[in-house]
Design a protein around this ligand. Sequence first.
Ligand SMILES: *Cc1c(COP(=O)(O)O)cnc(C)c1O
Length: 347
Amino acid sequence: MTNFDPPLRLHLDGEALVSNWRALDARSGAARAGAAVKANAYGLGARAVVARLRDAGCRDFFVAHWGEAEAIADVVPPSWISVLNGIAQCDVTAARALGATPVLNTPEQLGMWRNAGGGRCHVMVDSGINRLGLAPQHIIDGALDGMQVDVLMSHLASADTDVAQNREQLGLFHQTVSATTAQRLSLANSAGIMLGADYHFDLTRPGISLYGGIARAGMEEWIKPVVRLSARILQVRNLPAGAMVGYNATHICAQETRVGTISIGYADGYLRAFSGKGRAMADGHALPVIGRVSMDIVTLDLNAAPALREGDWVELEYDLVTAAALTGLSQYELLTNLGPRFARVWG
Ligand SMILES: *Cc1c(COP(=O)(O)O)cnc(C)c1O
């Protein structure tokens, strides 16, 4: 908590978040949708996101690190939390004490879990992304015999595009599945849900689209934006034509320009790729970012709204699809970099 009113706000739409989860759950058919909440729920704030999705009926939460599980373990029962990145020997004791469920990825991890007493676990099979997970053949050869596997899962590499790899991964997953006695099966992320019923199994794992990301074209018709960014103007000035703005003077005013300085920058996830490209809005007026984005300062051309004053608020344009096209950053990068200096305001 702070006694101060940060000059930077992240407005979070709780109804849109819940609506997106419900829509993804409905589109998962007979499967239930869980929620990927790793990386602080993609930058939004894991505790607040998890509480809202819990109240909406979500029962499966996926994080990457054990510390992320610990950080939400008083918001939902620990058994609802799955740790995707597996387990290391140094964490086994604390992991069992916490009670979140590991997603075991390697033969070594299967051994660690057995030696620690076994019990309920999840298992990742690598069906072709070649990142994390057991080889399908290993499972077919009996590596999971005697283990109490709740979710057997795999992860799609290219679900956002229509390529043969999706069917190939699906086929390999089916072969693996037939060699286990897992309680539940899970394959699809946000984009994977849109590949159709063959990919749904028992549990889906959307992440980006919960938070307003458009994982595949067409989803913008029913996925709602969840985040908006606003910033308070720190200073305004009138510059003559020819004045130079910002580091390395990358902007030279072509005309008299009223300039407003706001406090956002790459320390907050507003990266240099927005330099000379991003925009803020005030009362429907577009205010271009001029010059270079700095660590925590951005300058705006206020000529379209000259009445703006020190202390007024502007909203950054942050439509994820548009901003991704503008900057070359992915929608994932645009969300997960949103830093700790924002006041996170839920509406
Ligand atoms: C991050 C992650 C997800 C969620 O993916 P999105 O593309 O954000 O929907 C699902 N499954 C696994 C294994 C992940 O690592």
